[in-house]
Design a protein around this ligand. Structure first.
Ligand SMILES: NC(=O)c1ccc[n+]([C@@H]2O[C@H](COP(=O)([O-])OP(=O)(O)OC[C@H]3O[C@@H](n4cnc5c(N)ncnc54)[C@H](O)[C@@H]3O)[C@@H](O)[C@H]2O)c1
Length: 389
């Protein structure tokens, strides 16, 4: 189906000096299906105005709050008003703008984690399900073509029943007390009022958890967690490890850390089944390794003709013309836009388009944070290692 009009988007967050707002804007714009026409980019009206000016937006559509944006946009004729609200604020500012955007009838893109608290997550989950709009939670890694390929291959039974899942998310940028040096992103991520009960596990542990469930097609049924505050003076966990048990009996290990000095962002997943294994990592994102007991490993590459429709629908360039983080983000937006447009035309979106994370992923991610903290604070499963001479 060819989309014949651009969907209009309003943004909450993404003001001066922010990180992910600009990534969302590039991603939403990449395929020409979505146009940013409105926004409230900061809680400070002057900063919001400055960002609107930089983005060359109509000043009458740069608002001082999301409440004002929703009310004024709702009052515009249907052909002019925004279709989508993109929320790219810190975690404490996810729930209210998301619920109110749904109430106002807009489709919602929200960055992870879903909410600040588990109670909010339950309410937002219900609000999404009660609405007729689409909702996307930007778990970026699910947007990579080779991650989609891995998911499809496992679902097709290629490696047999899954037995082991290893997922890791190592970062190093919080190896020292960056939050006291004026770094905005570090400051709110380590503040329980703005980040939630967890630091590292809310920020990137939820990505690892989501990736493990997405690619394996399984659901985590039990965990045993050990979360740490490595850097003295920090208020929230900055690293941790979790043993996982899945609903089919498979087991696994998840680790996430923001204090692995020098580490960048090499999210990695390895899954082993009865017949073979599959491996992907974000710093070599266009390759997927298959491992076999009786023949050499195979490397599948993005942009080739032998991939599944899910992988092919999510790349733009031929093999050897690398796509990366921005394109993975753009895939989430493109699938979201195509689904909305199909719905507006009274047609059913293709299953490949609907394959973006939503409220269920959000609620499960928040449950993961709760359980990881709970398990980490209890000594139940651990046996003390006592050596007596
Ligand atoms: N999916 C990913 O890979 C990914 C990567 C980075 C961040 N994130 C998530 O994105 C969110 C934002 O992270 P960031 O690093 O960009 O934060 P940031 O601090 O760089 O930017 C947050 C922006 O929100 C604005 N803001 C705060 N309150 C507001 C309000 N009431 N109205 C309008 N704007 C407001 C701030 O002024 C700022 O411009 C977080 O929830 C984070 O977890 C996701």
């Amino acid at each position: 189906m060819t989309q014949r009009k651009k969907l209009k988007m309003g943004m909450v967050g993404g003001g001066p000096g922010s990180f992910i707002g600009a990534v969302h804007r590039i991603a939403a714009n990449m395929d020409g299906l979505i146009e940013l026409v409105a926004g409230t980019f900061s809680s400070d009206p002057e900063k919001s105005r400055a960002t609107g000016e930089e983005l060359m937006l109509d000043p009458t559509r740069v608002y001082t709050s999301y409440e004002e944006m929703y009310a004024k946009e709702q009052a515009l004729p249907e052909a002019e008003r925004i279709d989508i609200v993109s929320i790219v604020t810190p975690n404490h500012m996810h729930f209210d703008p998301a619920v109110k955007a749904l109430d106002a009838g807009f489709h919602v893109v929200l960055d992870k984690p879903f909410t600040l608290t588990y109670e909010q997550a339950q309410k937002l989950y219900r609000a999404v399900n009660a609405s007729k709009q689409f909702f996307c939670l930007t778990h970026t890694y699910t947007g990579y073509p080779m991650v989609k390929q891995a998911k499809q291959m496992i679902a097709s039974g290629l490696i047999g029943a899954v037995r082991r899942v290893y997922v890791e998310y190592p970062q190093g940028w919080l190896y020292e007390l960056l939050e006291t040096s004026g770094n905005k992103q570090a400051a709110w991520r380590t503040d329980p009022q703005k980040s939630g009960k967890s630091g590292c596990f809310g920020d990137i542990g939820t990505h690892a958890f989501n990736l493990a469930e997405y690619v394996s097609g399984l659901q985590v049924a039990k965990i045993c967690a050990d979360l740490d505050i490595v850097v003295a003076g920090r208020q929230l966990d900055d690293a941790g490890s979790v043993l996982l048990k899945f609903d089919n009996g498979a087991s696994g290990v998840l680790m996430a850390s923001q204090v692995d000095t020098g580490a960048e962002n090499n999210v990695k997943i390895r899954i082993f089944g009865e017949k073979g294994g599959i491996e992907w990592q974000q710093e070599d994102q266009n390759s997927l390794i298959l491992r076999w007991p009786d023949k050499p490993a195979e490397i599948l590459r993005a942009g080739t003709g032998y991939l599944s429709s899910y992988a092919s629908e999510n790349s733009r360039t031929p093999a050897g013309h690398p796509e990366g983080y921005l394109e993975a983000f753009a895939n989430l937006y493109r699938n979201f836009a195509r689904s909305i447009y199909a719905q507006q035309q009274g047609e059913s979106p293709k299953p490949e388009w609907l394959d973006f994370p939503g409220a269920t992923d959000g609620l499960r991610g928040m449950a993961f944070i709760e359980h990881a903290l709970q398990s980490s604070q209890s000594d139940q499963k651990w046996t003390p290692f006592v050596v007596q001479a």
